[in-house]
Design a protein around this ligand. Structure first.
Ligand SMILES: [Zn+2]
Length: 430
């Protein structure tokens, strides 16, 4: 058990009341935020962090990524999704468990540096991703990727369920696990229906790519005379399940109402969507429908960075353009999407996503001394439109310091880079 006191910080809590403290003290006891107070806290503590002139924020949440795709960053730019999948596929088939481990570790290093304390992953070699989450100190929801179209072997779902349960809550509770059927065009109807039933019975979330490209929409329309979202309803995918949809670009009003009625969260990934020319997620419209919208980076092969704060700015800008309305999607809402909405999507909002007494201590400290934070007419506006994720100095997850004054102390960053480079060398050698 250790105690940390963060002193004299500006605190943006992202709680229900959007409370901001100009100068507050935060007492962290073991994993939890025990106390937040504008008054001095006099408890004896193990460590004091003086945050005078600095900003404390809830850790940012990356609600959709394929972390190990750092291995293929920059390898397949300038391609539409179909062509891109064709380029990446052969490399993925060569990936060894060790590749995925070090690819994920590099991604986690980048995410911590960018103030991200929690992410939702979907990729191959589930166990190695889980191990990287445990070893690094970050929080993660790891979805077990499932694809059965064009696969020789039938998926043994009982075995998959066993694996998911086996890793659940490891790493001091930082790792959670769930199902990740990849997409309606890579999974059979039978698989989607069976996953849905198993998830419901076992109270496990489901993560899926849905309504990402025009081609997906037209292919499904031709085959089933309905939208991908309606097809999921046909498979009884949403009811009494916690579903996290990545992308949700091509949606009808009816689709959005289905999401709202079934408490489906949508994770928008604007950089990836723009780069692959997939389209624009109607984030303001979804919000108006009462749908929870969170932010993801998608993988580093289609973004190409893992920077939620940068995505938050883009989310706001793209929504204004898409809605033809400069008042669409405020900086305040963008910040919520990057924090508490992400926690809601990952079913972790009773534990993380805001700075509140009794919640887990997942928070970041940012340096506010840069010229980009002046003048201070509106702190949240400065943060979203002018702020830099590289201003993140200190990152705390589960009450443990992962990065202090821009130095990662939870693991050996140089070793991660070294091992990562070795794996890339082997993976791409002729
Ligand atoms: Zn994705």
């Amino acid at each position: 058990m250790s105690t940390i006191l963060v002193k004299n910080a500006k605190v943006v809590t992202v709680n229900e009341q959007d409370q901001i403290f100009d100068c507050a003290n935060i007492l962290i006891n073991d994993k939890l935020i025990q106390k937040i107070s504008a008054e001095p806290i006099k408890d004896k503590v193990d460590k004091i962090i003086d945050a005078t002139g600095k900003l404390v924020l809830p850790g940012l949440i990356n609600a959709h990524t394929h972390a190990a795709m750092t291995l293929v960053r920059g390898y397949c730019d300038n391609q539409n999704l179909d062509k891109w999948l064709e380029t990446v596929g052969p490399i993925e088939q060569k990936m060894q468990p060790e590749d995925v481990y070090w690819g994920t570790m590099l991604a986690i290093t980048e995410m911590i540096r960018n103030g991200i304390t929690c992410f939702l992953d979907m990729y191959l070699h589930f166990g190695n991703i889980s191990q990287a989450i445990i070893d690094s100190g970050i929080r993660g929801l790891n979805s077990l990727a499932l694809i059965d179209i064009d696969q020789m072997d039938k998926i043994d779902l009982d075995n998959k369920l066993y694996i998911i349960k086996n890793w659940q809550n490891k790493g001091d509770g930082r790792l959670t696990t769930c199902f990740g059927p990849h997409a309606p065009y890579t999974c059979s109807g039978l698989l989607l229906r069976n996953v849905s039933n198993l998830a419901r019975k076992n109270n496990l979330p489901i993560h899926i790519h849905l309504a990402e490209t025009k081609k997906e929409i037209s292919d499904i329309k031709r085959k089933y005379q309905m939208s991908p979202v309606e097809l999921m309803v046909k498979y009884d995918f949403f009811s009494q399940n916690h579903v996290i949809v990545a992308h949700g670009i091509w949606l009808t009003d009816r689709d959005m109402t289905i999401f709202k009625n079934n408490k489906v969260s949508v994770v928008t990934c604007p950089s990836s969507n723009l780069k692959l020319n997939a389209g624009i997620c109607p984030t303001q419209q979804l919000t108006n429908h009462g749908v929870n919208v969170a932010i993801g980076t998608d993988g580093a092969a289609s973004n190409n960075s893992l920077d939620v704060l940068a995505e938050a700015k883009l989310v706001a800008l793209v929504a204004k353009y898409f809605s033809q309305d400069a008042s669409a999607l405020s900086a305040n809402l963008a910040l919520k999407m990057a924090t508490i909405n992400g926690a809601k999507a990952l079913k972790l909002n009773d534990k993380t996503g805001s700075i509140e007494e009794g919640k887990l201590a997942d928070l970041i400290i940012m340096d506010l001394n840069g010229p980009q934070y002046l003048p201070n007419h509106n702190l949240i506006s400065n943060l979203i439109y002018a702020g830099k994720s590289s201003d993140t100095e200190t990152v705390i997850v589960n009450g443990k310091i992962l990065m202090e004054n821009k130095k990662i102390i939870a693991f050996d960053e140089e070793k991660v880079k070294r091992e990562f480079n070795k794996r890339v060398g082997t993976l791409f050698e002729e």
